[in-house]
Design a protein around this ligand. Structure first.
Ligand code: PTJ
Length: 256
């Protein structure tokens, strides 16, 4: 559907993103359930004031250190991530020298190929995980979504997996991998199980992460480890919940 939203509409960006996701469902990039996941993300983004909360900046720094310290980092791409930030995904992959792998919750070959094409159109040279290339499995997961590419997630030590479900995060951790995720819901199982969780909108996170990787690039192993050792995911999530409750408290007193 072609709708016209005036640029000065207060919710212009939000409505435009929503429309682009609806269109991405029609192109099989986003799963229908991806719209529900987006709505949940939007609700938490609202609570965060639709800007990067201070604790998320610490998590971005730790994530950059973790990805730079990795021997074989891999970027996992699902439908929502591809639809929201294809060009930034390719930029992140180049900046980090990390391969891209399509890894879907609602896995079909048609969707894998549609997402691969979006990434190729955005400038990617190669995309792992499509069709028979995903020939290995995450042992902890019972369904089709356990399939991974041995060149990518299969041999990765650190996986960047934004907007993820809890099972796969737990499965990857059980395989001995570190998981860096982005999830606007600080209460989700993924947020709690991941090695590093950035609680912010993926649209804002990827450019911040690219900037942080660029600024830490010259750091030695020791300095990166120092950043990692001073970051605690549980503490960061607690700070996020405190940030949200302070905002809610401030709102509740506004009318008095
Ligand atoms: O493309 P597929 O088949 O892999 O499916 C992707 C979805 C997202 C449908 C699938 O992974 C899923 O069902 O995920 P969940 O369990 O709904 O979790 C998605 C999480 O992402 C939720 O906790 C949302 O709050 C969060 N989220 C949604 N949009 C954003 C977000 N976090 C950051 N930025 C967003 N824009």
């Amino acid at each position: 559907m072609d709708i016209h939203v005036p640029k000065d509409h207060p919710r212009y960006q939000s409505i435009t993103i929503r429309e682009s996701l609806v269109e991405a469902v029609e192109r099989k990039i986003v799963a229908p359930a991806g719209l529900i996941a987006h709505g949940r993300g939007e609700a938490f983004d609202y609570l965060c004031g639709e800007q990067t909360p201070p604790p998320a900046l610490d998590a971005v720094k730790a994530a950059a250190a973790c990805l730079l310290h990795a021997g074989h980092p891999v970027i996992s791409v699902n439908g929502n991530f591809a639809a929201l930030c294809a060009e930034d995904i390719v930029k992140l992959s180049r900046t980090l020298g990390a391969p891209l792998e399509v890894n879907l919750f609602y896995r079909t070959l048609e969707r894998e190929q549609a997402i691969e094409q979006v990434l190729l159109d955005a400038g990617a040279d190669e995309v792992y995980g499509v069709g028979d290339a995903a020939s290995e499995t995450v042992p902890e997961i019972g369904s089709e979504r356990r399939r991974i590419d041995p060149r990518g997630i299969g041999s990765a030590d650190v996986v960047f997996v934004p907007l993820e479900d809890g099972d796969r995060t737990e499965g990857l951790i059980a395989m001995g991998k570190k998981v860096v995720t982005v999830d606007l819901n600080p209460l989700s199982r993924t947020a709690r199980k991941a090695t590093i969780t950035i609680v912010d909108n993926i649209i804002r996170v990827v450019p911040l992460l690219i900037g942080e990787i660029e600024s830490l690039r010259g750091s030695g192993s020791h300095d990166l480890e120092k950043i990692l050792n001073t970051f605690d995911n549980r503490d960061n999530l607690k700070s996020m919940l405190e940030f949200i409750s302070r905002r809610l408290n401030a709102f509740s007193f506004e009318g008095e």
